[in-house]
Design a protein around this ligand. Structure first.
Ligand code: NI
Length: 398
């Protein structure tokens, strides 16, 4: 069998796995079926599997060359895929659409998992490298930070890696194109809730009340000046208020109103500033109206920061496989969050965006109820993972 034939047969299998995962989506930290299937496939190819890291997370370890003979582990790299789906109804109407109402693979993690499995199968069959590769299948990227929990449970002390790599599909890039960039690729994603405590009463006699609804409106407007007037315009920050709740009747001033939303930032200093300024502005604005604001600010995923060395290595692998013209060096970061951040904060890492829009077509964006991972991305994804391992894990004495 030629290499091309081998890849073609693996891609065909990966397409089936992908559609099977798509039909059976599971929420964060509940990826029981997915994780069991991943483990079973890896073991069937002779890959050593360590289960139950961060609950449903697992690591497949494959050694080849001198590393397989024991003793020195040689060089080691980690390749990461996420496995979870989203709590939303699917509207694709596809034959392999979700069989679980209200749960959907709308971010392509089904594809990421199938892609890494495809590479694992290829590498287990060919073993044309010298060193150790850890296939990291993480739970709960969408919610709860499965990547963080895996790191906390000793992922990189139990499975030491020189570098760690992750891939996410990108609905704004052409199929088979790889965006591999230095520095920050994804923003830190925090959430907040601001509780405005007023004094309830009759809507016709507002002077006997303290109106939390009107105060909430002032707070919402005042907060919009934080990014525009208090943060250096050269830096990036987003503050979105996405929910305002308060009141039950048209003639009642309620006791309380709540605003909730998200803050996205690229740099740690700006993140600190945003938390402090949001709290100050909300508290002081509420006070100006006689009310009291209590701010809960919850830090979510930190920003993903790529290290230069793995970026160079990933670019070299992609260019060697697909040509320089398919490697994008200057893609701006996204304000979306990504919990690969915890891995890249621990081991030098590189997060790669893989295009999945065929030329002349359009695709629904990630998290849309009609989104579907493009199976045409499996082939470049699998080849890239396999090629990266073969490039990185070479016996330097040979
Ligand atoms: Ni995603």
């Amino acid at each position: 069998m030629t290499t091309d034939e081998k890849f073609a047969s693996i891609v065909a299998e990966a397409t089936e796995w992908r559609r099977d995962f798509h039909a059976h989506p599971e929420l964060s930290f509940q990826e029981y079926r997915t994780s069991a299937k991943v483990a079973e496939l890896l073991e069937s190819w002779g890959i050593e599997v360590t289960r139950n890291i961060a609950g449903t997370g697992l690591v497949g370890t494959l050694r080849a060359g001198k590393a397989a003979e024991g003793g020195n582990r040689g060089k080691a790299i980690g390749l990461r895929a996420d496995m979870d789906a989203l709590p939303m109804p699917e509207m694709t109407g596809l034959p392999y659409a979700s069989k679980t109402p209200g749960v959907m693979h709308a971010c392509g993690h089904d594809g990421h998992t199938a892609m890494l499995l495809g590479a694992a199968k290829y590498l287990a069959e060919t073993r044309n490298f010298d060193g150790t590769v850890h296939f990291i299948f993480q739970p709960a990227e969408e919610k709860g930070g499965g990547g963080r929990v895996m790191v906390e449970e000793g992922l990189f002390t139990r499975f030491p890696c020189d570098f760690v790599y992750g891939i996410h599909n990108d609905s704004r890039l052409t199929t088979g194109h790889f965006a591999i960039t230095y520095g920050t690729t994804n923003a830190a994603a925090d959430t907040f809730a601001i509780r405005i405590h007023g004094k309830g009463g009759h809507a016709a006699r507002p002077h006997h009340s303290i109106d939390p609804v009107m105060t909430a409106a002032h707070v919402a407007v005042a907060l919009q000046s934080v990014v525009s007037r208090r943060i250096d315009p050269i830096e990036s920050a987003v503050l979105s208020i996405c929910m305002i709740h308060g009141g039950t009747a048209t003639n009642v001033i309620p006791e309380e109103a709540v605003l909730e939303g998200t803050v996205r930032t690229m740099k740690a200093e700006v993140r600190d500033d945003m938390e402090r300024l949001l709290t100050e502005v909300a508290t002081a604005t509420a006070m100006a109206h006689g009310a009291r604001a209590v701010v809960e600010y919850e830090r979510g995923y930190p920003s993903v920061v790529n290290s230069n060395e793995p970026v160079d290595r990933a670019r070299r692998a992609a260019a060697a496989l697909f040509g320089q013209e398919r490697v994008i060096h200057d893609r701006p970061p996204t304000m979306g969050g990504e919990d690969f951040a915890y891995m890249a904060n621990t081991v030098p890492g590189c997060f790669i965006r893989l295009g999945h829009v065929d030329p002349g077509t359009e695709r629904f964006s990630n998290h849309h109820p009609r989104y579907d991972f493009n199976d045409a991305s499996l082939e470049p994804g699998i080849r890239f993972w396999a090629g990266l391992v073969e490039q990185e894990l070479v016996d330097e004495q040979k």
